[in-house]
Design a binder for this molecule. Structure first.
Ligand SMILES: *Cc1c(COP(=O)(O)O)cnc(C)c1O
Length: 415
């Protein structure tokens, strides 16, 4: 027997340790499509509960938009269910090529290559375009998929303190002798909802002859006046050399990602990026859906404008109620609770009140920085936000944290 009792016990032990540490992740089964209102079975086997979703990446409310569904159906009818191939063998349809052109236009770059996911884009791109004579200098809070991509690349790796431009400049000076220097950042940081100082970074990159890499997964479609992303917001369109992003968040929420940017870099990815060469092509149904999403977003800024208003209302409401928030102005609004158990207790009570909002704690966020990360959507109507606010206030009162400072909450509940 290969999977012996001894091996099984070891794994069971390991799982028990995760449970004992109180960090075992339990899935909640959703019985409806993704939306502001969802139907959830939790705990498993319980009756269904309708709740307001306050923690999805469905920023623009397009995940179940009728026009996107219709376009996806048409894609299914005309281009089939799947390609049974990677891109370069027999997996490239006209619509894949069309989507690459449309993403290029939307992001204002030179060229684009699709990947099965943004995780794949991030794990493929660095290895494809850097050598051991190069250096990657990344913000210390970049997304896990970037960290994995960095691990796979032959180039040297260094970091700078989160959004600290003096520190970044020091690192650029330290590595002057390298062939290529690539500065790496997220656009909007997913856990805190803050925005990269992209204009300063672009200036530094110019000064030190470095390239700039931006992962805009939490921005594409809604950050910036016309929703092009962090580079639009920071006024540096055309000055970011590599942008990666996902179609699994605001841009329809299904799956898929891309590398967009300098055409030589994109072409090298087409020749060398392993997730592109060795993983299946994005399904036609998804490609058709994303094409429709880009069409909708290019016609009007209505959805990103509504999202901005919703997020302002939500942030103001929570602030006036006396919660401690992470500062920012994006639709990611973290309600700080500091203590891990408190974040779980409040999340559970909110669920009882019909609000779906997950509590995060170490190791997803740093020790002592437990929080409920709320995320606002253009799919939220005023009544959703008002009801959610009421529930947050009710639960906040129960735990006596309204109007309390960080120090007071920690004094009461511990880190
Ligand atoms: C979600 C996310 C990804 C992963 O995107 P997928 O397309 O789901 O693989 C990558 N980078 C960042 C910053 C993200 O937030």
């Amino acid at each position: 027997m290969s999977f012996s009792d001894k091996i099984r016990e070891q794994y069971q032990d390991q799982l028990r340790q995760i449970q004992d540490a109180g960090i075992f992740k339990q899935e909640r089964f959703i019985h409806s499509s993704q939306a502001a209102d969802i139907e959830v079975e939790f705990p498993e086997g319980s009756s269904l509960q309708r709740v307001i979703n306050m923690c999805s990446n469905n920023y623009l409310g397009l995940s179940s938009h009728p026009d996107v569904l219709k376009a996806a159906h048409e894609g299914l009818d005309h281009r089939g269910y799947g390609m049974s191939s990677v891109r370069f063998i027999c997996g490239t349809q006209d619509i894949h090529h069309e989507l690459e052109r449309k993403v290029t236009e939307f992001l204002g770059t030179e060229a684009t290559i699709l990947f099965p996911s943004c995780m794949d884009a991030n794990t493929g791109v660095f290895e494809a375009v850097l050598t051991d004579q190069d250096v990657m200098i990344s913000d210390r809070l970049v997304h896990a998929s970037i960290i994995d991509g960095i691990r796979l690349a032959p180039a040297q790796h260094d970091t700078f303190k989160h959004s600290n431009m003096d520190h970044l400049e020091k690192k650029l000076q330290l590595h002057v002798d390298k062939r290529f220097k690539l500065v790496i950042t997220d656009g909007v940081f997913s856990m805190d909802g803050d925005t990269a100082k992209l204009a300063e970074m672009a200036d530094l990159c110019e000064k030190y002859d470095a390239m700039l890499f931006l992962d805009d997964s939490h921005s594409s479609g809604f950050i910036g006046k016309t929703g092009r992303g962090t580079h639009e917001r920071c006024g540096v369109m055309g000055r970011v050399d590599i942008i990666t992003t996902t179609f699994g968040k605001a841009l329809g929420g299904a799956s898929g990602g891309c590398v967009s940017g300098r055409k030589e870099i994109v072409e090298l990815c087409r020749q060398k990026a392993r997730p592109y060469l060795f993983s299946n092509t994005i399904a036609p149904v998804v490609v058709s859906g994303v094409l429709k999403v880009l069409e909708i977003l290019s016609q009007s800024t209505e959805r990103r404008d509504k999202l901005e208003k919703n997020a302002e209302f939500w942030r103001r409401g929570l602030t006036e109620a006396g919660f401690v928030l992470k500062e920012g102005d994006t639709p990611i609004v973290p309600v700080m609770l500091f203590n891990a158990k408190l974040s779980q207790d409040i999340s559970r009570d909110l669920y009882t009140e019909g609000i779906y909002a997950i509590g995060f704690f170490f190791p997803v966020v740093p020790q002592g920085q437990a929080r409920i990360r709320t995320q606002i959507s253009a799919g939220h109507e005023q009544h959703h936000l008002e009801k959610a606010l009421e529930a947050f206030i009710k639960v906040g009162k129960k735990y006596d944290i309204l109007g309390k400072t960080k120090q007071e909450i920690i004094a009461q509940y511990g880190m």
